[in-house]
Design a protein around this ligand. Structure first.
Ligand code: IPE
Ligand code: IPE
Ligand code: MG
Length: 252
């Protein structure tokens, strides 16, 4: 199907930082918002490609908790664009058997009510779907996600329902936005920026990162596959020792 891709070792969860929309638009003398609009077909081609090769979980960063600091006009555009996109694309995703999830602060009063309603509707509509999980990280920040998990633990402890001495990493993992989401195997960032920008901080502890200079609107299923091929060349060790298949050290 795709030369060089090992279909037996496709990552279960691919998480993407879709970056570079503004630069893509600037390079064409367009407004930044036109860059965001041009990012939509890229995302939907990637969704189809992910379905085609058998990715089980796909997460896309659509709005960070830091993106509120942008020009109000751009923030307003992004909010409406997200409502509009869900309206137009929800049934299409549903018909492909995709289960839609949102992670992030959806109840933030700055998020328009109609967008919150659409988010809840999309999740309920697709609740029983058995195909790929599509996660939108919207008004998402990794530090906020961890903080709200810690707050939940503190509340349970102060109500006497949890012994503070029993708190482990697993206690935090169980209180993240979507506890059933497996950790990402691969995190991809487009546009050449080499940073994490508050994305999936807890979940990506052992993820492989692939950075590509391609600007998001130019990304598609083929660039996705190129990133996955790069991932397949990595040796994931999770803190263990290198896996040497040759003979072990000579015994004395
Ligand atoms: C990513 O593209 C989309 C969002 C953050 C919503 P940018 O808007 O960050 O594009 P650049 O990085 O300015 O080119
Ligand atoms: C990260 O991109 C957020 C999204 C892609 C939604 P940014 O463009 O906001 O990140 P920085 O500001 O370059 O770190
Ligand atoms: Mg950016």
């Amino acid at each position: 199907m795709y030369e060089g891709l090992d279909l037996e070792r496709v990552p279960r969860h691919v998480a993407i930082i879709m970056d570079g929309n503004g630069r893509w638009a600037n390079a064409r003398g367009m407004h930044r918002t036109q860059g965001h609009a041009a990012g939509e077909p890229a995302l939907f081609d990637v969704i189809d490609g992910a379905l085609e090769i058998g990715v089980k979980w796909l997460t896309a960063y659509t709005f960070s908790t830091e993106n509120w600091s942008r020009d109000p006009e751009e923030v307003e555009f992004l909010m409406h664009f997200n409502v509009d996109l869900l309206q137009r694309r929800r049934d299409e995703l549903h018909s492909k058997g995709i289960r839609i999830h949102f992670i992030g602060e959806r109840d933030d009063p700055r998020v328009p009510q109609d967008l919150r309603d659409r988010i809840n509707d999309a999740e309920s509509l697709t609740r029983n779907n058995q195909g790929m999980h599509m996660v939108f990280a919207f008004n998402y920040g990794g530090r906020t996600e961890i903080a709200q998990a810690v707050r939940a633990i503190a509340e349970e402890a102060s109500a006497g329902r949890l012994d503070p001495a029993s708190v482990t990493a697993q206690s935090i993992a169980a209180r993240l936005y979507l506890p059933e989401m497996p950790d990402p195997d691969l995190v991809i960032r487009t546009s050449g920026e080499l940073r994490i920008s508050n994305y999936l901080l807890w979940e990506s502890a052992y993820s492989e990162y692939v950075f590509t200079p391609v600007l998001w609107p130019d990304f598609d299923r083929h660039t996705l596959v190129d990133c996955i091929i790069e991932y397949q060349q990595r040796d994931r060790r999770f803190g263990g020792a290198e896996d040497r298949s040759g003979p072990g050290p000579a015994s004395t």
